[in-house]
Write a protein that binds this ligand. Structure first.
Ligand code: PLP
Length: 361
């Protein structure tokens, strides 16, 4: 099969020029005669790769100097435990917002470490909207408030950033980081598994405000202690060096695209085209999420006639449109359209959907 448009939710497609650059540099990085995979993480070559990646990420996100940037292993899920271990700071309760399957998992894990107060939940209505912030039942003494700006599985996205005042705001941005501008200073901590909008799986990027460090719960493993990790520039042990390098290439690519603002405009157009196709199909395709909360990154849709789903997926693949099957919890279809998905990929999908509907509608 020739190159396909890959709509996988994660690990997801990477920009083609980045993969080509990695291929060119695979055996011999910048005349060193070595692959990045083979380099000591403490050597000057890798240290320069690591520092450049951090500098580029700081630049494209506008990360203020009083925030640490950590490149860690364990994926986004490791943070479900690391956050309470590090951010409770002697308190016993934390606020959590439940708007989908990922925030629900974060709540499940946090319950092992503290009293979780779920300040709002849309579970009973199958996670199809985001309740207005004014309706949340927040605790002004909570150690922090955790939420998931984009729920990858159901395709639900926050159209606002909660304003929690003195309570540090913690965001799982795994599937939305770098898709649009954010004001980092509104957050106490941002984390993101890399395999959606950054790079290879296994890496998780953590951006954390200085004053939240240094108060981990007793018994916290060194490898899970943000302060220790920050003191060692994420090299307390051997970091995921190749994933860090590839992520750095993606950050450079984002700069070449005109930065996050320019990607956000393309992302909005891509999502709009797909939702417009679904909504104009008179129910042939369906998306249950209320329009103001529809994700720009993950677009789930069902066929009114479930019997046609396998045919849809098989024919889509024949047309070079891969990995459109929905999450295993939900079935149906899901098109993940992260930064690396070109607008032409969405246009090809829209054309295919219209053609399929004409033949089977
Ligand atoms: C994918 C995802 C995760 C889990 O990431 P892992 O790296 O597999 O742990 C967590 N949260 C969100 C929002 C995700 O999209």
């Amino acid at each position: 099969m020739n190159h396909v448009f890959n709509f996988s939710a994660g690990p997801a497609m990477l920009p083609q020029p980045i993969l080509e650059q990695a291929q060119r540099e695979m055996l011999n990085w910048q005349g060193t005669g070595m692959s990045v995979i083979e380099m000591s993480h403490r050597g000057t070559e890798f240290m320069s790769i690591a520092a450049q990646a951090e500098a580029d990420l700081r630049d494209i996100m506008g990360i203020p100097p009083n925030y640490k940037v950590l490149f860690l292993q364990g994926g986004a899920s490791s943070q479900f435990a690391m956050i309470p271990m590090n951010l409770l700071r002697g308190k016993r309760t934390a606020d959590y917002v439940e708007t989908g399957d990922w925030s629900s998992k974060a709540i499940h894990e946090a319950n092992k470490y503290c009293n979780v107060k779920v300040v709002t939940s849309t579970k009973a209505s199958s996670y199809t909207h985001i309740p207005a912030f004014t309706s949340w039942n927040c605790n002004p003494h909570a150690a922090y408030l955790h939420y998931t700006p984009n729920e990858t599985i159901r395709g639900v996205e926050f159209p606002f950033v909660p304003e929690t005042g003195d309570v540090p705001l913690v965001a799982d941005m795994s599937s939305s980081i770098l898709s649009c501008p954010v004001n980092v200073s509104q957050f106490g901590l941002i984390y993101a598994g890399a395999q959606k909008n950054i790079g290879p799986a296994g890496l998780v990027v953590v951006i954390v405000r200085d004053d939240l460090l240094g108060n981990s719960a007793s018994g916290t493993p060194s490898l899970y202690d943000y302060q220790i990790l920050a003191d060692h520039q994420s090299m307390y042990n051997t970091p995921p060096t190749y994933a860090w390098y590839l992520s750095g290439l993606v950050f450079q690519w984002i700069k070449q695209q005109g930065g996050v603002t320019s990607l956000a405009a393309t992302n909005a157009r891509k999502a709009q085209k797909l939702y417009a196709t679904i909504d104009a199909s008179h129910g042939f395709y369906q998306n249950p999420v209320e329009p103001p909360y529809r994700s720009r990154m993950n677009v789930p849709f069902m066929l009114a006639d479930k019997q046609h789903e396998n045919l849809f997926l098989a024919e889509a693949l024949e047309s070079g449109l891969a990995n459109l099957q929905g999450h295993r919890f939900l079935g149906g279809m899901r098109a993940s359209i992260y930064n690396a998905m070109p607008e032409a990929g969405v246009e090809a999908l829209v054309d295919f959907m219209q053609d399929f509907m004409q033949r089977y509608g």
